[in-house]
Design a protein around this ligand. Structure first.
Ligand SMILES: Cc1cc2nc3c(=O)[nH]c(=O)nc-3n(C[C@H](O)[C@H](O)[C@H](O)COP(=O)(O)OP(=O)(O)OC[C@H]3O[C@@H](n4cnc5c(N)ncnc54)[C@H](O)[C@@H]3O)c2cc1C
Length: 400
C-alpha cells in the first residue's frame, strides 16, 4: 500500500475510534504533543516529484526535507523564496533553522525574518493535496499560477498546523537562485544609536533582505551587532548593500562576506526524520515577541527595568519580531515571566508567543497562539465540518 493510502486508512480508523492524532514532520518545533503511537508521520512522503525550470514550479511530497529541496533546486539554479538554505542561515548567525520538512514549513503559522522582502510562505504555494481528518482526500489550488477558484483553501491550510488535514503534496512557485548573497556586520554601542540608524534605513524605502540584531556578550565594547544581508546579481547586490551600509555606519565599511549558489546546498545535513529529537527543547524556552517597528527602542529600554528573566537572541525589526529566551531557573518563574513579558509587549502594542513547546511545560493553551488569530473561527468551522470526530483537533482529550 502507498503512503497516501495508508494515511487515508489510518485517519478513517481514527475517526471510527475517535482517536486523537497529531501530524509529525521532523518535529523540529516540538509541536507534536501525542506519543508515537498517536502520530501520523510524513516520513514516507519523501519524493521530489518534479522540478520545472521553465515554468519555475516544483511538485514535492510533504515529508521532503528543506535541506534536500535546497540541494536539488540549487543544482538547477533555482530557489524556493520562502526558505533559506542552511549555508545562508549559518552566515547570518541563524543556525539550527534548517531542520524541518516542506510540509512543516507550510503548516507553521509564523512569519519569516525575510517576509517584508520575500513575502509569506503562502505566497509561494500554488496548490496542495491533502487528506481531511475524516480520511477524505482533497486538492486545493493547482500546479499552475492562475488556478484559484472560489475561496483559496491553500491559504487557509497554510499555517493551520495540521488541524485541517494531512498535507501530502505541494506545488511550489520558484525563483531564480540569486548570483550571490552578501552579508555584513556592524557594531553599535547603545540602543538609541542603533535604532536611529535602523530608522534611517527604513525611510529610504529600500529594506535589505535580512536585518538581524544580535546582542553581544559583556566582553564586547559594542552592545549590539547588526547583521545585514542582501541578495541578487553581484554588481547590483554590492551597490545596494553599499548604500545601506553607508546609511548605517559613520565608520569605514568593514568586511563583506559573499556567498555563492554552492553555499546554498546543504550536503552535510542529516535527513530530518533521522532522530526523534534533533534539537531538544531546552529549559530556557524561546519566545517570539512581536512589536510595531517604532516600538522596539522603547521596549528594549523598558525590559531591563522589569526584572523579568528574559535574554534576547535576535531581533528582526523590519520583520516586526524578535526571539528571546526565558531564563528563569524553575518552571513557575518562567511561566510568570512569560505573562510579564506579554503584558509589557501588549503595553507597547505587540504580542508574545512561544516558539516551541518546552519539554517541562504542558501549557493548557496553544503555545503558538497569542489569542488573536483572525482566522481561528473559520479554521474551527472548517475543522469541525471536515473532521467531525475531532481526530486532528483534540488536545489532551478535549476539543479546544
Ligand atoms: C516563515 C518561516 C520561515 C522559515 N524559514 C526557514 C528557512 O529559511 N530555512 C529553514 O531551513 N527553515 C526555516 N524555517 C523553519 C521551518 O519552519 C522548519 O524547518 C519547518 O517548519 C518545520 O518542519 P518540521 O517538519 O520539523 O515540522 P514539525 O515540527 O514536525 O511540524 C510543525 C507543525 O506542522 C504540522 N505538520 C507537519 N507536517 C505536516 C503536514 N505534512 N501536513 C499537515 N501538518 C503538518 C505539525 O503537526 C506541527 O503542528 C522557517 C519557518 C517559518 C515558519
Amino acid at each position: 500500500m502507498q503512503a497516501r493510502e495508508r494515511a487515508i486508512e489510518r485517519l478513517k480508523n481514527a475517526t471510527q475510534r475517535r482517536e486523537a492524532l497529531t501530524i509529525r514532520g521532523a518535529d523540529s518545533r516540538h509541536l507534536t504533543w501525542t506519543d508515537e503511537r498517536h502520530q501520523i508521520s510524513t516520513r514516507d512522503f519523501d519524493s521530489i516529484d518534479s522540478i520545472d525550470p521553465d515554468e519555475r514550479v516544483a511538485t514535492v511530497q510533504s515529508g521532503v526535507s528543506l535541506a534536500a529541496l535546497h540541494t536539488e533546486l540549487t543544482a538547477q539554479r533555482l530557489m524556493f523564496p520562502a526558505a533559506f538554505p542552511a549555508g545562508v542561515l549559518r552566515a547570518l548567525d541563524l543556525p539550527g533553522f534548517a531542520e524541518g520538512t516542506i510540509g512543516g514549513l507550510f503548516s507553521d503559522p509564523r512569519e519569516s525574518a525575510a517576509f517584508p522582502q520575500r513575502g509569506r510562505v503562502r505566497d509561494h504555494i500554488l496548490g496542495v493535496e491533502a487528506i481531511r481528518g475524516d480520511g477524505t482526500p482533497f486538492k486545493a489550488g493547482g500546479r499552475v499560477v492562475k488556478n484559484v477558484t472560489g475561496y483559496d483553501l491553500t491559504r487557509l491550510l497554510c499555517g493551520a498546523r495540521g488541524r485541517l488535514g494531512l498535507v501530502t503534496r505541494l506545488h511550489l512557485r520558484l525563483d531564480s537562485l540569486p548570483e550571490c548573497v552578501l552579508v555584513s556586520r556592524l557594531g553599535y554601542a547603545d540602543d538609541a544609536e542603533l535604532f536611529d540608524a535602523i530608522a534611517s534605513l527604513r525611510i529610504t524605502g529600500r529594506e535589505p533582505l535580512i536585518l538581524a540584531v544580535h546582542p553581544n556578550g559583556d566582553d564586547s565594547s559594542d552592545r549590539w551587532t547588526v547583521v545585514l544581508a542582501d541578495a541578487g546579481r553581484r554588481g547590483v547586490a554590492y551597490l545596494q548593500l553599499g548604500r545601506l551600509l553607508e546609511r548605517l555606519s559613520r565608520e569605514p565599511i568593514g568586511e563583506i562576506t559573499e556567498l555563492t549558489g554552492e553555499d546554498a546546498a546543504d550536503p552535510d545535513g542529516d535527513p530530518p526524520h533521522a532522530s526523534s529529537s534533533r534539537s531538544s527543547p531546552t529549559l530556557s524556552p524561546r519566545i517570539r515577541i512581536r512589536l510595531p517597528f517604532r516600538r522596539w527602542s522603547g521596549f528594549i529600554r523598558a525590559l531591563p527595568l522589569t526584572r523579568l528573566a528574559v535574554v534576547w537572541e535576535t531581533i528582526f525589526p523590519f520583520a516586526h519580531f524578535g526571539v528571546a529566551r526565558l531564563t528563569g531557573d524553575y518552571p513557575e518563574r518562567r511561566r510568570m515571566d512569560l505573562e510579564g513579558v506579554r503584558r509589557l509587549a501588549t503595553e507597547h502594542g505587540g504580542s508574545v508567543v512561544l516558539e516551541s513547546r518546552p519539554s517541562d511545560w504542558e501549557p493548557n493553551d496553544d503555545p503558538l497562539s497569542d489569542g488573536s488569530a483572525a482566522s481561528t473561527i473559520l479554521l474551527r468551522q472548517v475543522g469541525q465540518a471536515w473532521d467531525p470526530a475531532g481526530v486532528l483537533w483534540t488536545r489532551n482529550g478535549t476539543r479546544p
